[in-house]
Design a protein around this ligand. Structure first.
Ligand code: PMP
Length: 359
């Protein structure tokens, strides 16, 4: 057992059981004589990994049969561009800007069409999720884009906006598989793997059939979802190792009871930390309570010098990567699926000691 806890926002902790399985098979995968890092993506071994990863993800997220699932590269950031190029048939889309990544997605889409911000929380440093009514969206748009969990600022959507018949496109990078969603409420979902799924390198794309093959003629082949859909994510060389680890993480999550069971644990972890912060006069979290993320929890001490000291001393105590994002400052505890309850308990104990010593 490792005795450190890594609170990084991504790449993040992976379940220890999965890492041990990877270690066990690193030199010789399932008697193949090869490592997954060395084998052809056209081999039967890899084809099985690829197929199992897809089928487990379908099962875990309860993905309806009229949705396609592909594993692509380029991170969530490349989907900021792929989304408009695949969907902007009318040339118009509305974006909900609730954080830095949502803003980046909006800026990229603007290069390709008539894109507006339907709602934003930038006026208060992205510390809340704006109230959005159906009438806030324009008529005759291709989609509404939102970010389900805002990694840097620590907010999440607890309820999706009513967009009527307009498909919701969601960047789910930092809470996919961490809380349950009804996939049928979305037209398309994308997520970089490096938080709840796998090492960096693979991006999950889930897209409803009617939206899967209507890319603009100018869309590059590699950005067109249909290219990978037609080839079961094997159009070109995939990030084999990352997909393999994803498959193991999916197996592990299934064994643990699936997404709803994980969501319960995640809510418990988040509640422990928020309760502690709220009952303290030393630490503060600035996020509107109803919109607080259960994955990323930012907090500060009374001043930036103490924040710096906190991060340094926490690291010495085996509580790693607690420095907040440069846009938010302070600290941020990312407590994704692989963070055990014990890690959060240790963090709280450390926070108590630090407060006593520095009050
Ligand atoms: N969206 C969100 C919500 C994120 O948290 C991140 C990365 N932290 C990104 C997009 C960018 O992802 P990538 O680095 O995979 O391009």
């Amino acid at each position: 057992m490792r005795d450190v806890f890594n609170f990084s926002a991504g790449p993040s902790m992976l379940p220890e059981k999965v890492l041990k399985e990877v270690q066990k098979n690193l030199l010789n995968y399932n008697g193949s004589g090869m490592s997954v890092t060395e084998m052809s993506h056209r081999s039967k071994y890899y084809e099985e990994i690829n197929a199992e990863a897809e089928s487990l993800l379908r099962e875990l997220m309860n993905i309806p049969s009229n949705y396609k699932v592909i594993f692509v590269q380029g991170g969530a950031s490349l989907q900021f561009e792929a989304v408009p190029l695949n969907l902007l048939r009318k040339g118009r889309a509305d974006y909900i800007v609730t954080g830095n990544f949502a803003k980046k997605a909006y800026s990229e889409a603007k290069k390709f069409g008539d894109i507006v911000t339907a709602a934003s929380s930038e006026d208060k440093c992205f510390t809340y999720i704006p109230k959005i009514r159906k009438g806030d969206f324009r008529k005759d748009i291709d989609y509404v884009h939102l970010t389900t969990n805002n990694t840097i600022f620590g907010t999440h959507f607890t309820k999706l906006p009513d967009t009527g018949d307009v498909p919701i496109v969601a960047d789910m990078s930092s809470n996919i598989l961490g809380e349950a969603y009804d996939v049928s409420e979305f037209g398309m979902i994308y997520a970089g793997a490096q938080k709840n799924i796998a090492p960096a390198g693979v991006t999950v794309v889930i897209v409803r059939d009617d939206l899967a093959d209507r890319a603009l003629p100018s869309c590059p082949t590699m950005l067109k979802w249909q290219t990978q859909i037609a080839e079961k994510s094997l159009y070109n060389t995939p990030p084999c190792f990352a997909v393999y680890v994803a498959m193991l993480v999916f197996r592990n999550l299934k064994e643990m009871g699936g997404v709803s069971a994980m969501e319960k644990i995640n809510k418990r972890k988040a509640k422990m930390l928020y309760n502690f912060i709220d009952n303290s006069s030393f630490y503060k979290n600035f996020i509107e309570k109803k919109d607080r993320s259960i994955m990323n929890i930012p907090f500060v001490t009374p001043n930036p010098e103490l924040d710096e000291k906190f991060v340094k001393e926490a690291s010495k105590a085996g509580l790693l990567t607690l420095k907040g994002h440069r846009l938010a400052g302070g600290m941020r505890a990312s407590i994704y699926n692989a963070m055990p309850v014990k890690g959060v308990q240790k963090l709280i104990e450390f926070m108590q000691k630090f407060e006593l010593a520095n009050k």
